[in-house]
Design a protein around this ligand. Structure first.
Ligand SMILES: Nc1nc2c(c(=O)[nH]1)N[C@H]1C(S)=C(S)[C@@H](COP(=O)(O)OP(=O)(O)OC[C@H]3O[C@@H](n4cnc5c(=O)[nH]c(N)nc54)[C@H](O)[C@@H]3O)O[C@H]1N2
Ligand SMILES: Nc1nc2c(c(=O)[nH]1)N[C@H]1C(S)=C(S)[C@@H](COP(=O)(O)OP(=O)(O)OC[C@H]3O[C@@H](n4cnc5c(=O)[nH]c(N)nc54)[C@H](O)[C@@H]3O)O[C@H]1N2
Ligand code: SF4
Ligand SMILES: [Mo]
Length: 715
């Protein structure tokens, strides 16, 4: 196995990349032994080197005394002293829980683990949560409740072998581009591909069936599939009897969801619903794959659960080419949610309220169990309103840019202003960092050493890059957390001299837990092993496919779910007649903090995708400005991208825009779903062309972020 590859800094596929060449011709290459990308990289992977000399990348800490002052560079030791003093100050005045931590799925496993320990032991606060609350929490809740583990049940090897692939709310072609290789292989072998998405994405174009569903109605679709499967006697009764619990209630509920009724809700014809149900149930090997398009709704947990019911009712799980895949998004979205940065969790996906889980972690940390605080009062989605109510006074944001990515941008903006102390740990000066009192440029691509856990639950090595381009050694996140812990009087719990020592403690913390990493080792991973967890000590090769012999529940049986879906929170009205849906485009990444400054990736993001009929009715042509207004009269002016690849009643805006055009201006922070997820994917809006009068007041600034200093040579 090659030993100089490290995972790409972007999506959860974590394709291995390495820097080749000398300073005259540096290039980035993909790992030919990587099971998903087999040496190929998408345009973001190819541009990953540009992260190292990103225009907004910082190499020195920045600080200021008051918010009206500019951020200025300070020495690392000064920054550590100042941060610790400000934290102590806030906690002395307002109590331990007035300090909160906002973590991230962009962090390594070791940083995620240490951040949870830092919150609970160095700060003594129960307020820690992370940006994955906005990403994987709906899927996590459904999978844990029904199957017992927060992990896809299968891998892309199963995708290659499947005969039917049902994608719901996933834009795999742009969000997980290299995974399209597996889909194309399946298709070449004759697989049927079905895509449910209000937009005709490149994935939908590759499919035999595209269901351009009315936004927010997928849960109803799943129940109608179940209805058809039950009515057509297509259930797998032997599987249901042997491996599941609770089907009788589901069978009873499903009677109501006839394809005729559900067709009215979803705008998908009854015969299409019936065909899809039959194809899925009769297929010898079928899988469901889903993305944020069904999860980021108020009824996200309910919708995912309903699709998992379909999987269970047909017994399409636990065999090659079957199962359910939640398409994790962030680089370490999987490991990030297992290692103790969720407010209700301790490392190993352990419950912070379970006595045995608390005792295990207390033993690993060498403390009395009572010292571990209980669950926090707030999830990440509630942090900003808690700040605005004065319940949180200090915040440490580690590896996220919530000013752009959290809902209700103006409320987040005032929350950041209302904080007594804001510290941001990020290698890049994000919009959130620009609002901070102290910025600690730590970690990130090329700097950290450790591990991450990929979309397939593979644990893989992260290596620092040694390259002619490497500008500065930089601090790893753990080193900064250790320095801060020392100054906060918690040095005895942070004795680490390397990330390896953290890794070794971390895998002990996961031992015998739901996400058990304890059977792997630092040396195996650094030598190129990529085991899928669970990796208990007696199964070092890991567990690619789950539930071959029963589920991870106390009695080994899966639980059907009778959680019933509901509609989107906001429905079209005469004043706001259009659905606005949000998501990703191929070249940008999340808040855009990284990609808006990378030449080659910095495509204009301030566009609104609109159907050509709708544009015609509004008298708008491609490229012309269009004003979007919501019911509370918030407005953004974006450029129309006229297309036939979207429902005529729906427009799409990406989440990658800069602050002045951030789509989260339109997304309310409540109500939250069962998982704490805001309804990120959807709201309703009015559209109007920009009159010459309006245009005089609009500034269109395309000059902002293009850095033409470098170009990338593809392999
Ligand atoms: N290029 C790129 N890749 C990325 C990222 C990125 O920012 N850029 N981010 C990473 C992260 S963190 C994540 S979470 C993943 C996200 O990966 P995906 O979930 O695949 O991406 P999204 O664009 O958020 O949403 C997927 C699709 O949901 C559709 N959708 C919206 N509303 C509905 C609905 O009601 N029903 C259905 N069925 N579909 C709906 C949208 O049209 C969109 O095509 O991508 C990861 N990869
Ligand atoms: N409207 C709407 N809003 C959304 C979504 C949507 O679809 N629609 N999607 C949601 C989803 S799925 C997600 S995941 C969130 C993402 O939202 P964010 O997490 O806020 O977005 P990113 O831009 O990925 O920010 C990650 C930051 O981590 C930094 N970073 C990377 N590696 C490291 C490291 O090792 N150490 C440290 N300290 N920092 C590091 C990067 O430089 C970057 O600034 O947005 C959510 N918001
Ligand atoms: S598919 Fe994802 S991990 Fe692979 S190169 Fe592209 S962005 Fe990076
Ligand atoms: Mo995400």
């Amino acid at each position: 196995m090659p030993s100089d590859f490290t995972p790409c800094p972007f999506c959860a596929l974590q394709c291995g990349v390495a820097i080749k060449g000398d300073s005259s011709a540096v290039r980035i290459v993909g790992n030919p032994n990587d099971p998903i990308n087999e040496g190929h990289l998408c345009q973001k992977g190819l541009a990953s080197l540009d992260i190292l000399h990103h225009r907004q990348r910082q190499f020195h800490p920045l600080a200021r005394e008051g918010r009206s002052e500019p951020l200025t560079p300070v020495l690392w030791s000064t920054a550590f002293d100042m941060t610790a003093a400000r934290i102590r100050d806030v906690q002395r005045k307002w109590g331990a829980d007035s300090m909160a931590i906002y973590g991230s799925g962009a962090l390594t496993n070791e940083t995620a683990y240490l951040l949870g320990k830092f919150a609970r032991l160095a700060l003594g606060t129960r307020e820690i949560d992370y940006n994955g609350r906005f990403c994987m929490s709906s899927a996590a809740k459904a999978y844990v409740t029904m199957f017992g583990l927060d992990r896809p049940t299968a891998t892309f090897e199963d995708v290659r072998q499947a005969e039917t692939l049902l994608f719901v709310g996933s834009n795999l072609s742009e969000a997980h581009p290299m995974a399209m290789r597996a889909v194309k292989q399946a298709k070449r072998r004759g697989a049927t591909i079905i895509v449910v998405d209000p937009r005709r994405t490149p994935l939908a174009k590759a499919a035999q069936y595209h269901l351009p569903i009315r936004p927010g109605t997928d849960g109803f679709l799943a129940w109608a599939l179940l209805h058809t499967i039950i009515e057509g006697n297509l259930t797998n009764e032997a599987f249901i009897a042997a491996k599941t619990q609770g089907f009788d209630d589901v069978r009873f509920q499903a009677r109501h969801y006839t394809p005729a009724v559900v067709s009215l809700l979803t705008d998908i014809a009854p015969d299409i619903i019936e065909s899809v149900a039959r194809i899925f149930a009769r297929s010898p090997r079928a899988m469901v794959l889903h993305g944020r398009g069904i999860e980021q709704y108020r009824y996200g947990v309910e919708s995912v659960s309903a699709f998992l019911n379909v999987v269970l009712a047909t017994g399409q799980i636990g065999r090659p080419g079957t199962g359910a895949i939640m398409l994790t998004g962030q680089a370490n979205g999987q490991g990030g949610r297992e290692l103790g940065q969720k407010t209700d969790q301790l490392p190993g996906s352990r419950s912070i309220t379970s006595a045995t889980d608390r005792e295990h972690i207390a033993r690993v940390w060498g403390i009395e169990t009572a010292r571990i605080p209980g669950p926090g009062r707030f999830t990440a989605g509630e942090f900003f309103s808690a700040i605005n109510r004065g319940q949180i006074k200090g915040l440490m944001v580690v590896g996220a840019n919530p000013l752009l990515s959290a809902p209700d941008t103006p409320a987040v903006q005032s929350a950041l202003e209302n904080l007594e102390f804001l510290a941001v740990l990020d290698p890049i000066l994000t919009e959130t960092a620009e609002a901070a009192d102290i910025v600690l440029p730590t970690g990130g691509f090329g700097i950290n050493q450790g591990t991450v856990t990929t979309v397939e639950a593979r644990i893989v090595a992260v290596r620092p890059l040694s390259s002619p381009d490497r500008t500065s050694p930089g601090y790893q996140d753990w080193q900064v957390l250790k320095e801060l812990a020392n100054r906060l009087g918690a040095d005895r719990y942070f004795p680490y001299r390397s990330s390896r020592e953290i890794f070794e403690e971390m895998i002990l913390a996961t031992k015998n837990s739901a996400s058990d990493y304890s059977g792997t080792s630092w040396s195996a991973l650094m030598a190129g092993a990529m085991p899928h967890w669970p990796v208990p000590e007696n199964r070092r090769e890991g567990t690619p496919r789950l539930y071959e012999n029963g589920f991870a529940t106390p009695d080994g049986k899966a639980r059907f779910s009778i959680l019933l879906p509901g509609p989107a929170t906001e429905l079209p009205t005469p004043g706001c007649p259009f659905h606005l849906i949000t998501g990703r485009t191929a070249t940008h990444y999340n808040s855009g903090a990284q990609t808006r400054h990378i030449p080659g990736l910095n495509r204009p993001a301030d566009v609104v995708f609109i159907h050509h009929h709708t544009a015609g009715q509004l008298g708008i042509r491609d490229g012309e400005p269009l004003t979007i207004t919501n019911a509370t009269d918030r407005r953004l002016t974006l450029k129309a991208r006229v297309t036939r690849d979207i429902r005529p009643d729906t427009v799409f805006v990406s989440m990658h825009n800069a602050l002045d055009s951030a789509v989260n201006h339109f997304i309310p922070a409540s109500p939250l779903g069962l998982s704490g997820m805001p309804e990120f994917k959807h709201t309703v809006v009015a559209l109007s062309p920009v009159t010459p009068n309006d245009a005089a007041h609009e500034e269109t600034d395309n000059s902002r972020t293009v850095d033409t200093r470098r170009s990338i040579i593809a392999p």
